[in-house]
Design a protein around this ligand. Structure first.
Ligand code: NAD
Ligand code: MLT
Length: 537
């Protein structure tokens, strides 16, 4: 499978992906149009903030399954369009928070103490320090717009240096303000009029775009200083340049532009201009918020890991999937179990499924298991040969086949700590049931199969056999497998409770694949009633 990387991530994780067998192409410094052409044949795309993952790119992608945003902001990713194209969109929302928070604070220090001008002056032989008299941060008021992950880090640090911190974030509860010791401003205007420093930490949305324009900038104290290390366009660039020129804003530190240049081109190759590059007392960094060794490592390792997992069909937390409650590592084995149960249906039955009822019993019934149900559906659809199904389009796929899905939660369970039971209602009017559990830490076990009680670990390849419950059957099967050099990993037998039909169900885990000829041979064995090959790979 091919992964295209259009903006650089830590090299060691590029190599990691190659070592896992993926073909990886680093396609850096190319235009959006070139990337849109180059996306053909790629199964995954890794980007940072410059590549636009939009309809134009997605409609050119013929086999794209995953988009990994190496970073936090997703304003360059059209998530609904990804969903429509069945593409998993994921990001690494916590990997670079500290780096971005520290950059905002560094910028605040810098513009309060004129560090950039002083540096430039002294390098040009001007040591007249009286020209660069700054102001102290201690005792001044900082206004944080957006009290999320990074806004909270910045608040904590600014409080630590003795600033009085106020914040505006209508979506955050009072409790968080209280915990951080930050004063709540109920309106943006309330914040604007009291601050010596304003630092922005919201995403770029319709609501936040140009949230600081001329009107707002002139509601601020004269001489206010502004830091934007969140997203370009939160502060209107032309209005800020004018306010700087007029002295309404004393200084600004800008890490992000509304439209950004390519961060991979050499200086002479860059055709980029912006009004803020020419504005007085405006100090620019090239979207440097996440550029620390630590954040580069964290972002690279997380995005590579998530993209690889998603390509392997594992469930990962993604932007266009329901939020996963609790520990993803604890829930993942149940997803694997459910997907395997789903895959088993069409490998053992022919009649189309009309309705599914899945019940979660025991401890797992206390949390939302929607993602596990989705795994079950992915398994069923893959079993139907729907290769394009993924977590993001599975609901639409299931709807298109008219399959009804019901979810139940039952805290009480008799035999196991947790139990997933799936009832398949099919076109033949039959109701077939499979149930499974997970033995710590992540062994998926089938405990009941169409009425037969089991205790079968779900290895990658199994033979499911219905047979006469008489001596010798299993011996004959083992002999055939041995003759064909097929190694048996384990065998499990099950009977129906209170059943005198003298039928049994067996599962044989095998290490090598069996072909249809061997299957026929087993099927024609004395005492064998039905044999199905179950392949989870
Ligand atoms: P977050 O989602 O944790 O926090 C964003 C906060 O903004 C939320 O609390 C939300 O309630 C608030 N918000 C949304 N709309 C608002 C509005 N209209 N008014 C006030 N508050 C509003 O995000 P985060 O991880 O803290 O990231 C913050 C920003 O920093 C994002 O734009 C992200 O893309 C950017 N970022 C930049 C860099 C960089 O390199 N410069 C690095 C990382 C993140
Ligand atoms: C982010 O949103 O993570 C930052 O803008 C950093 C980046 O894009 O590299």
């Amino acid at each position: 499978m091919k992964i295209l990387i259009t903006e650089s991530i830590a090299q060691e994780f590029v190599e990691d992906l190659r070592n896992q067998g993926f073909e990886v192409e680093e396609y850096l410094g190319h235009s959006q149009e070139e990337i849109e052409q180059h996306i053909k044949g790629c199964d995954a795309l890794i980007v940072r903030s410059a590549t636009k993952v939009n309809e134009a790119l997605l409609s050119n992608a013929d086999c794209l399954k995953v988009v990994g945003r190496a970073g936090t902001g997703i304003d360059n990713i059209d998530v609904p369009a990804c969903t429509e194209h069945g593409v998993i969109a994921l990001n690494t929302p916590t990997a670079n928070n500290m780096a971005a928070g520290e950059l905002a604070v560094a910028h605040a220090f810098s513009i309060f103490r004129n560090l950039c001008d002083a540096n430039e002056g002294t390098h040009n032989g001007d040591f007249r320090r009286g020209n660069w008299i700054g102001i102290e941060l201690e005792g001044k008021t900082a206004g944080v717009i957006g009290l999320g992950r990074i806004g909270s880090i910045v608040s904590r640090k600014l409080k630590g240096i003795g600033m009085n911190v106020v914040a505006y974030d209508p979506y955050v509860q009072d409790e968080k303000f209280e915990k951080l010791g930050v004063t709540r401003c109920s309106t943006l205007d309330d914040l604007l009029k009291v601050c010596d420093l304003i630092t922005l930490h919201t995403p770029k949305t319709k609501e936040t775009y140009n949230m600081l324009a001329k009107e707002q900038l002139y509601k601020c104290k004269r001489g206010v200083r502004i830091v934007n290390a969140a997203r370009g366009g939160l502060v209107n660039e032309q209005d800020l340049a004018d306010a700087l020129a007029e002295g309404q804003v004393a200084a600004a530190a800008i890490d992000v532009f509304d439209v950004e240049p390519s961060y991979n081109k050499k200086p002479g190759e860059q055709e980029f201009d912006n009004v803020l590059l020419h504005a007085p007392h405006c100090y620019i960094t090239p979207h440097l918020g996440a550029s620390t060794k630590e954040a580069t490592y964290n972002v690279g390792s997380q995005v590579a890991d998530l993209v690889a997992r998603a390509l392997k069909g594992e469930m990962v937390a993604a932007l266009n999937m329901p939020a996963i409650e609790g520990d993803i590592n604890a829930i993942r084995p149940y997803c694997n179990l459910a997907e395997k149960i789903g895959k088993m249906y069409y490998q053992t039955e022919k009649s189309p499924v009309k309705k599914l009822s899945v019940s979660y019993a025991g401890g797992i019934a206390n949390q939302n298991m929607e993602i596990v149900t989705m795994s079950l559906l992915v398994g069923i659809l893959k079993g139907m040969g729907v290769d394009t199904v993924s977590y993001v389009n599975v609901k639409e796929c299931v709807d298109s086949f008219g399959i009804k899905v019901e979810e139940k939660y039952e805290p009480e369970v008799k035999k196991y700590n947790n139990l997933v039971t799936v009832k398949f209602f099919n076109d033949d009017g039959k109701e077939l049931e499979m149930a499974g559990t997970v033995f710590e830490p992540n062994t998926e076990v089938l405990v009941s199969f169409y009425g037969y009680e089991m205790n079968c670990t779900l290895h990658d390849t199994l033979l499911a056999l219905k047979n006469e419950d008489v001596p010798g059957v299993i011996g004959r099967i083992a002999t055939i497998l041995g003759r064909h050099n097929i190694n048996i990993v384990s065998m499990h037998w099950g009977r129906k409770a209170n059943d005198n039909s003298a039928k049994a169900q067996a599962f044989v885990s095998i290490e090598q694949p069996v072909n249809s000829k061997i299957l026929k041979e087993i099927e024609s064995c004395d005492g064998v009633l039905k044999v199905s090959l179950i392949d989870f790979t």
